[in-house]
Design a protein around this ligand. Structure first.
Ligand code: HEM
Length: 138
């Protein structure tokens, strides 16, 4: 099973559509922020349109990281920014981040199935493990 290919195709599909007039990243952040007051607190005052663009950009780095196991300087800076030295995003918040992302994928991808879910979880897991680890190792 080529999970990277399954992920790529699904990612292309979710970026193409709108649900309730929202793009994929906007719908994800709306859902994630509504899911937990701690998340809402972290994003209080954030320009969410810019934030969506930054997450989309960093997604490509996460995908490359999965494929190559190479964490570039950009990803390192993002991880340091999320660590206890700066934003202090605790590791448990990455689990709910991914769960909320998967609900959003299910909503946006008309071909969503179990393999799609597994493909997303696998492709993002290397980057998430890296970010969680860096929380207390910067
Ligand atoms: C793998 C998962 C994640 C990725 C790839 C990611 C990516 C990013 C990126 C690229 C930025 C912008 C950095 C910059 O300003 O240059 C950012 C900012 C931020 N992220 Fe994340 N993030 C992740 C997980 C999380 C989680 C779980 C939270 C929990 C609440 C979170 C909260 C924030 C906050 C509060 C900011 C700063 C917003 C501001 O500038 O006001 N992130 N993230």
């Amino acid at each position: 099973m080529d999970f990277e290919h399954i992920f790529d195709e699904s990612y292309e599909r979710v970026l193409k559509v709108k649900c309730n007039n929202k793009g994929f990243f906007q719908a994800f952040y709306d859902r994630y922020i509504a899911s937990d007051p701690r998340v809402a607190g972290h994003f209080k005052g954030t320009d969410m349109e810019r934030q969506q663009q930054l997450l989309e950009k960093s997604f490509y780095r996460l995908i490359v990281f999965y494929a190559t196991n190479y964490a570039d300087d950009y990803l390192e800076q993002v991880a340091i920014k999320h660590s206890k030295l700066a934003l202090n995003i605790t590791p448990d918040l990455y689990d709910s981040w991914l769960d909320n992302l998967m609900i959003t994928v299910a909503e946006f991808d008309p071909l969503y199935d179990e393999n799609t879910e597994l493909a997303w979880r696998l492709v993002l897991s290397t980057g998430i493990t890296y970010m969680k680890f860096k929380h207390s190792h910067c």
